[in-house]
Design a binder for this molecule. Structure first.
Ligand code: AMP
Ligand code: ZN
Length: 143
């Protein structure tokens, strides 16, 4: 199993540094985020060190994310929140600070501290089809 001796989440998995642990199995580990956007902000990670989600084998990602329904149910019940955002940042440009794949589960309530900008735009005529073709060709190359 790949680990990175300098990675804070690898250290949490190895119990070299403490965390408020919530769940673990052979592939996954979950704990409270130390800097919560809202109370109950939870992180779900693979035990193994992968920097970004596209580096992970799909079946491992599936075994990690299989815990999301139960984890979300537990976080919602424990915090009494009205819903959650599930967020996963890849690379610095997308807001990733810790280079070990992690999935944020962020409880939401009316008037809570977190807002995010969602500047929806539109495709120019014909551009949506071209974009779908480009992505589709990349998928085909990889299958
Ligand atoms: P990201 O910006 O997506 O990389 O998020 C990294 C998250 O890891 C942040 O929300 C941090 O608060 C959280 N974090 C960093 N160090 C720790 C730690 N030792 N224990 C728990 N959460 C941490
Ligand atoms: Zn790591």
């Amino acid at each position: 199993m790949k680990t990175d001796p300098d990675c804070v989440f690898c250290k949490i998995v190895a119990r070299e540094i403490p965390a408020a642990e919530l769940l673990e199995d052979d592939d996954a580990f979950a704990f409270l985020d130390i800097g919560p956007l809202t109370p109950g902000h939870t992180l779900l990670i693979p035990r193994e060190h992968y920097t970004t989600v596209d580096e992970m084998p799909g079946d491992l990602l599936a075994r990690v994310t299989q815990h999301l329904p139960l984890l979300v149910q537990a976080v919602q019940a424990a915090t009494g929140c009205d819903g959650v955002n599930i967020l996963q940042n890849n690379h610095r440009i997308a807001g990733q600070l810790v280079p070990h794949v992690h999935i944020h589960i962020i409880p939401r309530r009316p008037g809570d501290a977190w807002t995010f900008n969602w500047p929806a735009s539109e495709y120019a005529e014909g551009e949506m089809g071209k974009m779908a073709d480009r992505i589709y060709r990349e998928l085909e190359r990889r299958c």
